[in-house]
Design a protein around this ligand. Structure first.
Ligand SMILES: [Zn+2]
Length: 215
């Protein structure tokens, strides 16, 4: 069994003390923004980025691979619920995505209902809000996920293979930029893009702060 006291001490150390959120190396002083060391920040800035793959999108981009510093950054956002990390993720996306994509309505990829309820903190929505602030784009959280009833009774393998059920709650703007925290297979992005097109979108791009690189 895990030693909860040790885990708690470790988390408090990461959040409160001046330690890098990614590699946990000690920082000389508490920074005003997210606590990230110079070495990790350089890795984030110098990462080449790569396209996201999903059939129904017109283009997709992630600045970071979901490994090393990219994985650590997503973990800091997801499990430590740090809004400042969402701001950093949005700044990295805004600085690296094709500028033309940033003139669209931002739509966050919706979290699965159970996940959203358990965590009460939605990383994709946090990044989307920060990106809207950074770019001046409108944000419209119009997608909903309802996988539970549809997937009830299916085996684990089928649930993983099946795309999530996503629907738009109203008409979609013509130009949309989908925003997620991390993309693994692209199945969720694809389902979101299809829902947006059914609701009237004609140009759907997608960004995430990190993604599993194409093989
Ligand atoms: Zn670091």
């Amino acid at each position: 069994m895990a030693d909860l006291r040790a885990i708690r001490a470790e988390l408090i150390g990461v959040v409160a003390a001046p330690h890098c959120l990614c590699c946990r190396s000690p920082l000389a002083r508490s920074p005003a923004g997210p606590a990230i060391c110079g070495r990790c920040l350089r890795q984030i800035e110098l990462a080449p980025g790569f396209p996201l793959r999903a059939d129904a999108i017109d283009g997709g981009f992630a600045p970071l691979a979901y490994e090393g510093v990219g994985r650590q950054l997503v973990a800091a956002l997801k499990f430590m619920r740090l809004t400042a990390v969402a701001g950093l993720a949005a700044a990295v996306i805004a600085g690296r995505a094709p500028p033309a994509w940033l003139r669209a309505t931002i739509v966050p990829v919706p979290a699965a209902p159970l996940r959203a309820r358990v965590r009460g903190f939605d990383p994709a929505r946090e990044i989307a809000a920060a990106l809207a602030g950074e770019t001046g784009c409108a944000i419209d959280p119009l997608l909903r996920r309802g996988d539970r009833s549809r997937q009830r009774g299916r085996g684990r393998r089928a649930r993983i293979a099946a795309p999530p059920a996503v629907a738009a709650s109203g008409p979609a703007p013509a130009r949309v930029l989908l925003v997620d925290d991390v993309v693994t297979t692209g199945a969720t992005l694809d389902a979101c893009a299809r829902a947006l097109r059914s609701a009237g979108a004609s140009d759907v791009r997608a960004v995430a702060v990190a993604a599993v690189p194409p093989r």
